[in-house]
Design a protein around this ligand. Structure first.
Ligand code: ATP
Length: 407
């Protein structure tokens, strides 16, 4: 397929809304890149500009190095799948698959051969004579992708293609789309607000916020080394808890040279990472749910506020006696409520009562450090700013590197 490069792409709508603001994204040949972010962050506008449905206010769109800003959608040769159920119900699978080619005036023998080809790759040969309503959700998904891909487009664009599916079908479709994309090696730009989709399907993710790129990288790198508090809380489920904290030199009673101070609590730290550089600085401490463990003599005292039974475990919402932090629009982190809420996982069978005081220990390997004012990542307590190495979703992927991280 092709490469796609967006350079300083910008879109200001006539009413003055800056939907996309200086976005730089490069997609390698055959790569699956997901744009993820909250509603209104500009994902769809980026996709629509690539598709030729919206004119950029500024910046460049290049396919295989060629500037395509002034080309129509047809000239760009792009396939789009916007919704899963956009199949013609009265046509058979064969007719649905061949439709774009017939519309383009391709000879019927060639149409037949290409339909055969796509049906073979997508495992649809046995249902070619069937109409869509007799297919399973996964099969419909494959027909819909097959129809988009049959023209051998240069790029494949998808905007929330699973938004109509129930949870079970969504899970199936995630696997289905990922497998097909890998098999076809189709250069794909995929837009979603669902971080689970982005994490599980894409080679790399672009996290957007307020029209800008907040971070680009492999899903596991973005999860492990979020560039700021916003990304940290957006990527990963449950969301990362953020509390104000400090690193201080430990006293004799702490039994450690350094301690992490969160409100009135002192957590002794192993001597690793760049702790000294952070001593005395106002920090925002990020705690993944798995960083917090119940332990009778744990250094943090929390009060249970709410529990969610998930079957595989329970998600406990607890509060601790230190001010809560809010991530606000200008990327700074502001004090909010009087108490911080933290999330932790406990066993599904464990008895947890409302308002019960519980003692917690902190697993420092899962603890992230951000600047309290800017919200930018400083590092993590154990690995430090250098970070960790993680396996790729695709062992053979050409794209292994994470995007740039702040210093
Ligand atoms: P969602 O997930 O809800 O679809 P999104 O991240 O895809 O959101 P966009 O649809 O790209 O966001 O919209 C980005 C911003 O631009 C939003 O503030 C939106 O209200 C605004 N916007 C989109 N289209 C227009 C338009 N035609 N005129 C004015 N503003 C627009």
């Amino acid at each position: 397929m092709s490469t796609l490069d967006l350079h300083r792409l910008r879109k200001v709508f006539p009413d003055g809304t800056v939907a996309v603001d200086n976005v730089d994204i490069s997609i390698a040949d055959g790569e699956f890149l997901a744009i993820v972010g909250p509603s209104g962050c500009g994902k769809t506008t980026v996709l629509r500009m690539v598709a030729g449905l919206e004119t950029p206010t500024d910046g460049e769109i290049r396919i295989d190095g060629e500037l395509v800003n002034n080309q129509t959608s047809q000239q760009r040769d792009i396939a789009m799948a916007f919704q899963q159920h956009a199949l013609y119900p009265h046509m058979t699978v064969e007719e649905n698959l061949g439709f774009p080619l017939r519309m383009a005036g391709v000879h019927h023998a060639e149409v037949r051969a290409r339909v055969e080809d796509v049906a073979r790759v997508l495992g649809l040969r046995d249902v070619l004579e069937t109409t869509p309503r007799r297919l399973s959700g996964g099969q419909q998904q494959r027909v819909s992708m097959g129809r988009a891909i049959i023209r051998n487009p240069r790029l494949f664009l998808m905007d929330e293609p699973m938004s109509n599916l129930d949870a079970k079908l969504r899970a199936e479709a995630r696997v289905e789309i990922t497998k097909i994309q890998e098999r076809l090696q189709a250069t794909t730009l995929y837009v979603t607000h669902d971080q689970v989709e982005a994490m599980s399907m894409a080679d790399r993710v672009v996290v957007m916020r307020d029209g800008k790129v907040a971070q680009v990288g492999r899903p596991i790198d973005v999860y492990r080394r979020p560039a700021d508090v916003f990304v940290a809380q957006f990527m990963g489920s449950p969301s990362m808890s953020i509390v104000p904290g400090q690193i201080r030199l430990g006293g004799a009673g702490d039994g450690a040279r350094y301690v992490l101070v969160i409100g009135p609590f002192r957590v002794p730290l192993p001597e690793a990472g760049p702790l000294n550089a952070w001593v005395g600085r106002e920090l925002a401490i990020g705690l993944r749910a798995q960083a917090l463990r119940r332990r009778p003599d744990g250094p943090i005292l929390a009060s249970v506020e709410f529990t969610e039974q998930l079957g595989s475990g329970q998600l406990v919402h607890a509060t601790i006696d230190c001010p809560g932090l809010d991530v606000v629009a200008d990327e700074t982190v502001n004090p909010s409520s009087a108490r911080s809420t933290i999330l932790l996982n406990v066993d599904a069978q464990e008895l947890v009562s409302l308002w019960e005081p519980i003692r917690l220990d902190v697993e420092v390997r899962e603890t992230h450090v951000f600047d309290l004012v800017t919200g930018l990542r400083l590092g993590d307590l154990f690995d430090g700013p250098g970070g960790v190495s993680c396996p790729s979703r695709r062992a053979t992927s050409a794209v292994e590197s994470a995007g740039p991280l702040p210093p």
